[in-house]
Design a protein around this ligand. Structure first.
Ligand SMILES: [Zn+2]
Length: 125
């Protein structure tokens, strides 16, 4: 359900390595008051909407019959290594271009999750 961006991954590693071993540091995606207790798996969980990296995105949404194969293929076509774990949807974003793939039957949580990737990039681990 995500495509790791090198810059975001590097930022996460910096936070992990500078954290104190005796005082647990909140994961980077939970480190603001508006983001506190955010659980990206919970569709009712609130997140910090000020973390958007852009406020306009050119989004395509393609429902497909074989989601897993499509996402793996799209990942490799874009120069990535594929996902290798079961997906409910996937999205790929570069700048303000964002392409979402879902099953033919989707739900609000899945679509909202992928749209959040369009605006906040790699917002979850
Ligand atoms: Zn995701």
């Amino acid at each position: 359900m995500r495509q790791v961006l090198a810059g975001v991954l590097l930022l996460s590693l910096v936070v992990v390595f500078t954290g104190s071993a005796s005082a647990p540091v909140a994961p980077v995606w939970q480190q603001s008051a508006l983001q506190r207790n955010f659980d990206w798996r919970d569709p009712e969980s609130y997140f910090d909407a000020t973390r958007n990296t852009l406020n306009r995105s050119n989004i395509t949404w393609t429902p497909v019959a074989n989601l897993q194969a499509t996402c793996e293929s799209e990942s490799r076509r874009r120069g990535n290594k594929g996902f290798g774990y079961p997906l409910q949807a996937c999205s790929f974003w570069v700048g303000n271009q964002c392409d979402i793939f879902t099953n033919l039957r989707a739900n609000m949580h899945t679509v909202g999750h992928e749209v959040l990737h369009c605006f906040q990039g790699n917002f979850h681990p």
